[in-house]
Structure formats: C-alpha cells, structure tokens
Design a binder for this molecule. Structure first.
Ligand SMILES: NC(=O)c1ccc[n+]([C@@H]2O[C@H](COP(=O)([O-])OP(=O)(O)OC[C@H]3O[C@@H](n4cnc5c(N)ncnc54)[C@H](OP(=O)(O)O)[C@@H]3O)[C@@H](O)[C@H]2O)c1
Length: 360
C-alpha cells in the first residue's frame, strides 16, 4: 500500500505543539478538500497526499483501525461518548471528539461539519434501542451538510447477525437477511441508510458484516486468564455448533483492500474460514496458556471438561458465513484464516502473564 509522508513525530494530543500542528493541518486540509472532488480510486486528493479517516465510535475495533492507519501515515480521528474515555484516548495519542447520540439531539453541527474534512469515514457505532443509527436519525441534516468534496469512501461496520436463523446453512451476501431482534432490524435499516446516503451524496459507501470480533485483549485467552470461567451468556453460546469470527487485524486488512478497491453499495461478509464451535476455541486457548505458563494455569480446570458442555445438536439460529466475495472482489488474504493462528498470535504477543491469576 502506498504511504504518504506525514512526519513521524507525534506530539502528545494536548500539547501546544500538537494543537498548533492540528490547526495548521486543518486550515490547509480544508483548502485542499474544498478545491476539488476526487472521483477516481486513488486515495490521494488531486494535489496532495491526503489520507484522512474519521472513525465514528473509537471502541475496540475503532482503536485498532485508528492505530493501523496512523502507522501507515494517515491522519485519523474519531468519536467517543465520555470525557473520561476521551482523555484516555488522548493520552494514547488519538485525537477524539465527544459524540453521544443519547445526549446530542441533533448531533452537534461541529461533528457533522468535521466529517467534511475527511476523505474516509468508518462507522463503528451500533444502533441504539428506539433510535436506530445515531447519525442516520438525522439523515436530512447529514444530506444538507455533508458533501463529497473531500469524502470518497465510507464503511459501515455491521454484523452477520442480520441473517438470523439459517438452520446451520452456509450463507453468502445474497441470502435474504431475517433479523430476529429489534436491534438487528435497526442494524439492517442502518446498513441500508448508509448505502443510500453514499448513493445520494456520491461517495462510495460499503457495509462490512462482521463475525464475532476477537483480538488482543478480547479473546478466549483473555477470558480464561481474567475470569477462569465463562459468564452465563458465554456458557449459553458454547452450545452453538458454529460461530463465525474474525480477528481484528483481518478487519483492518479488509478495510485496507476496500479502500484500494472501492465498490459503491457493496456488502461484504468479513469472517474467517473456520466457523468452529466455541468449545473447540476455548480448549485450544486453554492448551496455549497451559503450554506457555504451566504453573499459572494448572489449577484452572480445562474448559473442555468443566465449562463448555456441548449441547444437543440443534442447528436452530445457526449459520456458517461464506467469505468468498471478500476474497474474490477485495483480494483479502486472511492473516488468521482460523482461530488457531489468531489465538497463537495473541498468545505470542503476551510476554508476561498479563495479570496475577485469580486461580493461584
Ligand atoms: N463485538 C462483536 O463481536 C461484534 C460482531 C459484529 C459486529 N459488531 C459491531 O461492530 C462495530 C464495532 O465493534 P466493537 O466491538 O469495536 O464495538 P465497541 O467496542 O462497543 O465500540 C462501539 C463504539 O460506539 C460508540 N457508541 C456506542 N453507543 C453510542 C452512542 N449512543 N452514541 C455515540 N457513540 C456510541 C462507543 O463509544 P465509547 O467509546 O464512548 O464507548 C464506541 O466507541 C459495532 O457496531 C459492533 O456492534 C461487533
């Protein structure tokens, strides 16, 4: 992937030097963006090297994506809902704006206007109960104030949950979604809303339907280390025969490819090749921990025998999600085609046993 040459030095987000840099950058970018419309697949603006991403929802995925693109020289900022989180993210070096759909009615114009300064937008906020998509509830305002002078590409992060109960069948993007809950119905409406907005305003909007997201800090390994046992919800899910999942690094991987191959209005399943049952995943995680820290894990009962009782073989509510389109059209080569390499890499990155074990 091409990279532009934004100086590597990063000042703490709140330092005077950083603020000065930001205001200079903003002034020049506004001019750059308002001067022309980029209609080709090049992620640069016509007379610059602008690669600017705004992430609505700097949660788990948002932060990984932000770091991934910052490492490649992008200018990235985003939103979170609380001052405490904003300060934490600022300390990590991220530039963040406050946006809470439950409080901001309509969204602060500055948040909407700020979107116009970015070439790429990632929407990572889930729908809210009774509201739907927090931004799209103000679709008219967005239509009025958003323009495509700078904005080229948008991706809405959705979930494979919209397919609903598929009786264990393999489902691709042509499968008719049948969202089983109110929130998933709102999710489907949000997908449609963002694609429509892209169409109406003339930028390339995409939907990524993600499987269960895992990665460093959020995996079977982390669950076993932190809790030793599963929550009731997790235990319930253990009865599932198939769970589609995706490592967060592969979400970044797929976003990268999509940015280079925009396909307006397209929906992609973003999952790995191996919709294995959670029992299997937790057993493997347990094995990795036992091998790496034998003295820490010895008092934890193996989840395969203790925690994860496989249920009777009903396939109600189950599905296996096909990822062919992601591979063929976007050219994604999965970093972690199975939970095995994903968990292995998470374990390899943990140099010390992360916390004092509650099991000792
Ligand atoms: N977890 C999974 O396995 C999974 C699977 C498929 C799809 N997804 C979806 O993929 C997306 C990214 O997942 P994730 O795990 O990174 O989610 P996450 O960590 O929960 O992050 C969600 C982000 O949305 C923000 N947000 C939540 N409610 C908001 C509201 N009312 N107004 C404004 N912002 C709000 C949160 O703000 P704060 O940072 O202030 O909390 C956070 O930044 C989400 O839409 C998620 O539902 C998740």
């Amino acid at each position: 992937m091409e990279t532009c040459h934004i100086p590597a030095v990063r000042f703490p987000a709140c330092s005077p030097q950083h603020q000065f840099n930001q205001s200079i950058k903003k002034a020049s970018n506004l001019q750059l963006c308002s001067n022309h419309i980029n209609n080709n697949n090049n992620i640069r603006n016509k007379n610059g090297t602008e690669k600017r991403m705004f992430i609505l929802g700097m949660g788990y995925v948002g932060q990984f994506v932000a770091q991934h693109f910052i490492n490649q020289g992008w200018d990235v900022s985003g939103t979170c809902t609380s001052i405490a989180k904003k300060e934490k993210l600022n300390d990590m070096g991220f530039e963040v704006h406050l946006f809470d759909a439950n409080n901001d009615h309509p969204p602060k114009l500055e948040v909407v206007d700020i979107l116009n300064e970015y070439t790429h937008i990632l929407v990572s906020i889930p729908p809210c109960k009774d509201i739907g998509d927090p931004m799209l509830q103000h679709a008219d305002l967005l239509k009025k104030r958003l323009n495509n002078e700078c904005l080229q590409w948008l991706c809405y992060l959705s979930t494979t949950g919209v397919y609903g109960d598929c009786g264990g069948a393999w489902v691709d993007e042509n499968y008719q979604p049948n969202p089983p809950t109110e929130l998933l119905k709102l999710r489907l409406a949000a997908e449609e809303g963002w694609l429509r907005l892209g169409h109406d305003l003339g930028f390339a909007a995409h939907v990524f339907r993600l499987g269960g997201i895992y990665g460093p800090g959020r995996s079977a390994i982390d669950t076993i280390i932190k809790k030793g046992a599963l929550s009731d919800v997790q235990r319930g899910r253990s009865f599932k025969k198939y769970t589609s999942r995706v490592h967060v690094a592969d979400i970044c991987n797929a976003l990268n490819e999509s940015i280079h191959k925009p396909s307006p209005g397209r929906i992609y399943n973003i999952v790995d090749d191996d919709p294995a049952p959670r029992t299997e995943v937790f057993s493997y995680a347990h094995k990795l921990i036992s091998e790496k820290w034998p003295s820490k894990i010895k008092k934890v009962a193996s989840p395969a025998t203790n925690e994860l009782l496989t249920g009777e073989g009903s396939l109600r509510g189950e599905k296996r999600v096909v990822n062919e389109r992601m591979k063929k059209e976007l050219g994604v080569r999965l970093l972690h085609p199975s939970y095995r390499s994903g968990l292995q890499s998470i374990c390899d990155q943990m140099h010390n046993y992360p916390i004092s074990s509650p099991h000792e």
